[in-house]
Every structure is written in structure tokens, then in C-alpha cells.
Design a protein around this ligand. Sequence first.
Ligand code: FEO
Ligand code: CA
Ligand code: CA
Length: 644
Amino acid sequence: MAKDFSTMEDSNRSSNSSIHDVCDPSRRTVLRGGLGALASSFLAPLSAIGGAAALSACATSGGSAGASLLGFKNVAISLADTIIVPEGYSAQVIAPWGDPVGLSGEDHAFKDDASNTAAQQETQIGMHHDGMHYFAQEGSKSGLLVINHEYTDEGLLFTDGMATWTAEKVRKAQAAHGVSVLEVEDKGGKWAVVKPSPWARRITANTPCEISGPVAGHALVKTAADTAGRRVLGTLNNCASGITPWGTYLTAEENFINYFSGGDALNAHEKRWGLKKGGGGGYRWHEHDARFDAVKNPNEPNRFGWIVEIDPTNPSSTPKKRSAMGRGSHEGATVAMTKDGRAVVYMGEDARFEYIYKFVSRDTVKPGGATANSSLLDHGTLMVAKFNADGKGQWIALTQGQGPLTAANGFADQGEVLIKARQASDLLGATKMDRPEWIDVDKQGWVYCTLTNNSNRGMDKQPVVDAANARANNTMGNIIRWKEDGDFHGTTFAWNQFVLAGDPSLERVEAKGNIKGDMFSCPDGLWTDARGVLWIQTDMSTSAMGKGDLKNMGNNMMLAADPRSGEIRRFLTGPAGCEITGATSTPDGKTMFINVQHPGESPSERSDPKAPGAISNWPDKKPGGRPRSATVVIRKNDGGVIGT
Ligand code: FEO
Ligand code: CA
Ligand code: CA
């Protein structure tokens, strides 16, 4: 979830369709000639994106078309303040908020009274874990775990919450955002963070980042502190994630606008992006950091909302904001590969009535890893989806000078189109979706997108239902899917609904859903594993949990779907007040990592610092202690592949 009290909530991550192609002879796309060839020849980091897992899992468990991919016994709905996994599985907590990341000489222990300083938080794991990926180093024994930190709960982050508000507190909140890079290893059956580690890194809301692509140097991203318009401090509201075939990590800046405070009179651009006086998320950074005062620095918000590329294997590398992929409240970025070796990146914008995008790179992926592909995501075509009532759809290019995207309509150049991607999509007649969250691709080439919910659909003065967003007051959410005509770069597709989430016991027809299996609501995280299982993670907002249509749903959960049969089985339930988000595994498929975000969150999304453990004290379980977002390691007790 995320603090956007008006439009949103939240989500998580993705895998790489091309990876599946490595072992799927029926797959029409890529990698036999594309990434498959790369894998065996020059694409060094294939193991980092799970290629080895794909190969080994396919070799051992590709399965006949008729055999279910789901081999575990489901778990029940739960309200318990704990992680519940199926019989025969175990869950282990690692990497909670506040533990040291492992920077040499910076081993500052977490203090449960939240008295760690801003400087200490800059060396500690951030708050509110979200998208994540395991980059293998020694196969399934050790690797780099890269974790997004979406937002902060100041009631937990500070001893007295926001009762006082200082520059030091703003600095600590900024330090709890961003991304953590951790070295992790399997130490005889238990996973641990390696400390110290030369790979350990914190990227925060103050880490220098570079704007690359068409927006670099654009007048709309120049500020008093950066007159060149090329260097931004930090990344924030890092929600879902993605990975590239050349071994880098993509982190999505989601509800960035909530960190900025606008003035009394907002211009049309500021209104379209939801800028509010005082900020929409209650972060109050602008009170002590003028960067976030959009009256003083009106272009600073234009420098956020990008997909940011990070090379986790180079701790001194500068994160790159890849502007060619467009600006948005980006949920994530999922890479697929075309047969001719181009990268296609799918992105949803998680806000009510916003859009689904894809970016097609101009150039093909080259041998030589991150260095050889350092500008691949700077050149290409951004497109937005239009879902038609006949089950077909189109991708419409956001290209300056084409159609309505002219200077006369406010798009002077391609940079302006990318910065104002929402306005461009409005003019292009793209389909306004029910909060697109994570996207992933299955082994058959279907591209799935979670549409988490939209209680405003069909309501007074709001957009009405359409073919792809067919439920008014869509409290439950759904998963839409499409298959491109031809290849991933295609401009037309066919779509259908994979599942409408819901509770079959409810009277309201639109909330019943059509799930084949265990009920759930508000799908958010989505991840295809190497066997082709589609993992679904939920994010019922804490303001809606246990009430209304969600009265029977219990805590947020993770489920597994067999995309061929549509069967869905509940695999895990999370502790009280949490969301489950982020999924990755070791190449052998025997260790899965998922994230528990904001355990104990109250409906206001800010905890009472006088009673921080009122709803949950997971995972430490100290009476009255603070709940902490954390990564959970899941293994099968017999050492088998997860889900079998
Ligand atoms: Fe950060 Fe839309 O989830
Ligand atoms: Ca969500
Ligand atoms: Ca999310």
C-alpha cells in the first residue's frame, strides 16, 4: 500500500518472461534465439535473473499439461498475528527494518524505542519492504537481496511520533526510504545477512541519482540546486521492482507526489498529478527540506515518478532515472524480451483511473552485462494500452508530433510528453484502469496485471464501467491478462479476465467474484516462478480490512495460481495489519523470499507512538514492542521446490 489517501494503495514485483522461454519449447517468443542464446554465451548475469532456476525446474518439474502445478495443502483465512504457511513448510524472518545492512564499521543495532539517529538509519535496513530480487552469487547458497522500502510510519520511526518535527526527523524518514542491498547466505539451513559485506548498500531519498534519457537537461527538471537538470537527490516511495536480462534492478517510484507540498493556486499540470497544499501523505518533509516545497521548487516533483535502474553488483554506481520509460505513479517494471533481442518493459500506474504502459527498446540487448547495456533503456518507444470491448486492444505510442501530442496541445518535445505522460494518455484515449499494480508474464506468453480495486468506479461523477473494468464499486479487484499479437513489441493484443476476486458468500453480485479455489481480495503483488506458478499477493488496505465486503477475508495473504487451469490455492497468511508483497527465489527454487510490509498498521497508517504494538508486535513479539517490516524466508521441510 502506500500513503495516497485519495487515489491509491499499493503493490509489488515481477519476473522475466524471457526466462521462462529458456525451457519452454512451446513458447513463441524470445529466448531460444534471444536470451537463450545470450544465456549460454555472453549474458553473464542470467543466473541473477533466475535462468538457472528456469532450467533446473523445467528439467525436473515441467510437468504434463494436465498435472496441477500446485502441490501443497492450502491454509485457511487467518486473523492471527503471525505468518502461517502450509504443512511441511517453514518460515524464517530475516532483514527486519532497522537491522544493519552490513556496511563496514557501521554496525548500529536496532533500538526498539526508535531512538536510532538519522545517521544510523542511513546504515540500517529501511522501512516498509516492498519489491525485491535475489541476485545469485554462489547459486542458491548466497547472493544479493535487493529490497525496496516504500514509505514510513512515523509513529514507529520516532519515539514520540510526529509530536515534534525537526530537520533530523525528516532526515531519518528520508533514510528509511529507498533501497537496501544486502548480501545473504544459507548458513546450514538458516539464511542470514552477511555483515560486514562489500556489497552492502543503502540508497535513500538523498542518494545522488542521474536523470538519463530524453528528459535529462529538460527545462522542466531544472532547479536552483541542479541548473543542469541531470542530478536528483534520491528515490522514494519505491514500490514494486523488476530485473533486466543484463543483471540490473529496476525500482519504481510510486506515490511520489504525496511528499510535495503545493501552493494555494495549482496549475493544470500540478492538479493532474494530484499535488496538494501541505502534501497528500502527511510526510511534512517540506517543513524542513525546501526541495519538497513545490512552491519554492516547482520542478522538483517532475524529477520523481521514474523507473530507476540500479546495478547491485557495483556499490559505487549511480542509480539512473530512466526517463524514456515515462513518468507515473509507477507500481513496477517487468521486462520481457522480443525474439530479436529487444527489451519490453511493462508498467502499471497504481492510481484510480490511470493507465498501463509498455516501453519497447530501440536497440537489442548486447553481451557484456550492465556495462554494455548502460543506455539500453534510454532509447525506445513508450506506449499506453487501450482495451476494447471486443476482447482486443491497442498500444498507442506516446511520441511527440504524432496524433494530438503536439506543441499546440502542450507537448513541445518528447521530454514534455514523458514528464506529462498522464496528460498524453488522456488525449490518446487510453483505458482508465482500476489501479494497475504488478505485472508479470507466464510461460504461455500471457501478460497479467493486478487491478487491485477501485471503489470509485461507476460512482457519482466518476468514470463508468467499461469492458476491461467491468465492476462498479470494485472493492475486490481482479487480474486482467493479455497476449500480444506477434511478439512482445506488438501494437495489438487480445485480452480477457484471468480472475475476478471476491467472496462468494456475499450478496452483492459484483463482490462475489469467480475464483476457482480459495477466496481473496485486492490482488497486488504478482510473480511467476520458474515452474510457471503465478503467485498472487494481497493488499487490502488497513482502512478497509475486516469491514464491508472484506469482512470475511482475514489478514493479507499470498496464493498460488496454476495459469493453465485457473486454480488458485492459498499458500500463506500474514500477521495482523500487514500487506504481503515482493517475491523472489533462489535459482534452485527451494528458497523463496517474500516481504511483510507494515505489520500492525492502523487505519490511519500512522501508529500511536505510545502504543506502537497495539495491533501487532511481529516479528519480535516483545510485549508492547514495535512491529517491523521484514523479509520472510520460506522453505520446504523436505528440501523440495517451493509449491510442489
Ligand atoms: Fe505501492 Fe500500489 O503499491
Ligand atoms: Ca496495493
Ligand atoms: Ca503494491
